[in-house]
Design a protein around this ligand. Structure first.
Ligand SMILES: [Zn+2]
Length: 168
């Protein structure tokens, strides 16, 4: 097995918090709009769901943690500040608004954050990228030995550009 160097979690998370591709830091990553996505990162070609069916379950977990955490934080602070005369109804209403608004505001970040954690635990393989992805965006990862092997095997990759011309 080749030795792939992993990106550090803080680096991956920092990119995710900027709504960038955690792997390549590409600005637009895979986002078409706030809620819609392209299949792959527009910079490095990495698939947003890594080809896993349950990927969105992880992103949903991030959303639950962020939203639940925000509501808990709000309730804790407002109880601490207004104790012992806290107003239950306004607090419950504001808590409900936070619970409704947070998932909308954080939607793309739940995707990038989950992707960051996933990439940290399972660094991508070269096969997850497109044939024309620039080498520097591949699992950076490639050791000198692998690079040398890649050069030798150029004949295998000689005509990847011709593949898309005639879909059968
Ligand atoms: Zn990317």
């Amino acid at each position: 097995m080749s030795t792939l160097s992993r990106l550090t979690l803080p680096r991956l998370v920092a990119r995710a918090l900027l709504r960038r591709c955690p792997w390549c830091a590409g600005k637009k990553a895979w986002f078409r709009s706030w809620f819609r996505r392209y299949d792959r990162c527009r910079t490095c070609g990495l698939r947003w769901n890594r080809g896993q069916d349950g990927f969105e379950l992880g992103a949903m977990t991030v959303a639950v943690v962020i939203t639940g955490g925000s509501v808990m934080l709000f309730l804790s602070i407002s109880i601490a500040v207004s104790y012992p005369d806290f107003q239950v109804v306004p607090m419950a209403l504001i808590g409900a608004v936070i619970a409704l608004v947070m998932p909308v505001l954080t939607y793309p970040f739940t995707q990038t954050l989950w992707s960051a954690f996933d990439l940290r635990v399972h660094p991508p393989t070269q096969e997850e990228f497109l044939p024309d992805t620039p080498v520097e965006l591949l699992p950076v990862a490639l050791t000198k030995a692998e690079e040398a092997r890649a050069v030798k095997a150029t004949d295998m990759w000689a005509s990847p550009s011709g593949q898309g011309e005639k879909p059968s």
